[in-house]
Write a protein that binds this ligand. Sequence first.
Ligand SMILES: Cc1cc2nc3c(=O)[nH]c(=O)nc-3n(C[C@H](O)[C@H](O)[C@H](O)COP(=O)(O)OP(=O)(O)OC[C@H]3O[C@@H](n4cnc5c(N)ncnc54)[C@H](O)[C@@H]3O)c2cc1C
Length: 406
Amino acid sequence: MDRRAFLKLSAAAALAGVGQHKALAKGLRVVVAGAGIVGVSIAYQLAKAGAVVTVIDKEGPATHASRGTFAWINATWAKQPRHYHRFSQDGLESWKTFQGALSLPIRWGGSLEWFDGEARQQRLVEQIAEQVAWGEPARMIDANEFKSLEPHVKIPEGLVAAYSPNDGAIDPVMATQKLLDAARALGATVVFPSALVGTSMVKGRLSSVQTSGGHIPADRLVLATGAEAQLPQQISGLEIPQRSTPGVIVITKPMPRLLNRIIVAPGVHIHQREDGRIVLGEQAGAPNTEAHAQRLRNRPNVFPDEAIAHQHGGRILASAFGFVPDIRRAEIESVYIGWRPLPLDGHPVLGANPEQPDVYLAIMHSGVSLAPIVGQLVAQELSGGVAIDQLAPYRPTRTFQRVERY
Ligand SMILES: Cc1cc2nc3c(=O)[nH]c(=O)nc-3n(C[C@H](O)[C@H](O)[C@H](O)COP(=O)(O)OP(=O)(O)OC[C@H]3O[C@@H](n4cnc5c(N)ncnc54)[C@H](O)[C@@H]3O)c2cc1C
């Protein structure tokens, strides 16, 4: 079946289930713990279906990974195997559906990616061929076409790069806020700072959620708490092994347009938002020094002071000078440290412990790409009580094996 036919069929199947799941959602009391982009997307869909939703966050909306993220919406070569690639493609399509309705700040236009070294470049060519076979409109382009797409980017003569025209990038903080506002407009209650500390059960079913501010009566709890490694086991009894790694994200003050697409160059990723701000993320991570290791021990989301933040920001900005010389004029506005919520096998965790069916886990990397499709499917599972086939590979009860794709 080709992709268009598949999408038509899944849209029809989703529509057939919508009426049923909306009827079941009415009055269902759901607490969503975690107001990152994943939690708020689930909260929005649940509120839309008629559930009584309370969103809590120990700090505030988009204060963790959903702020310190590069925010590239993609279904590129690293999204392996095919089911995960398709899930990511569906994430991308769902953003397109929601963008207009919620006025979301997304810039589409695609991504351009290349690597250092002949062997890695050859592998990229093979990976793009696989993408094409999977229905992705990606292709390799030469230096002339690259220059016509991105006149401000300096590339070596003879370069061949992967062009994935479907990709986009979002302002993740604004998107989180807009989804939260939309959930609130549909009746959701939002409470922060309020930390999830436990649950109360009656005969194996959830009766209330304990928070730092008191008890909230609830029928379901969604754990969308990102990189918090211990919480899933503490609350659901399931250990979700993660290899959460830190990344530094630099955001500049608004600049005249230099970039149209997401540039994934050796060592540094760059895109420019609709508002003119340039976002940079590094590929390898900060230098492995004792001072840095010390600083990261307590998993901070920001550097201890402006001077250190600017030192790291300057380092990442300098690595972009070679590709985008005009970025020299950029002024750094903010520097964040983001901790990737990254299950050991790189795939999302979506579902409940069968022993505790009312506690639903939603923990994932590439949560920016996946948030809208995850919101829709999780809301359907929670309120309809049916297991959605597409989520079968991502259950929290699977055996986790370490896989590093990026
Ligand atoms: C450097 C970096 C680059 C990335 N680049 C990309 C990219 O280009 N594309 C992409 O798709 N993804 C990317 N990701 C991944 C993506 O950002 C995350 O998958 C996504 O933001 C996860 O969202 P979340 O809502 O699950 O988690 P978070 O945004 O971390 O939110 C979890 C929330 O839970 C709250 N919380 C934690 N414990 C409790 C508690 N006990 N009680 C109440 N609240 C609690 C926290 O305060 C937090 O607000 C990147 C991540 C990083 C760090």
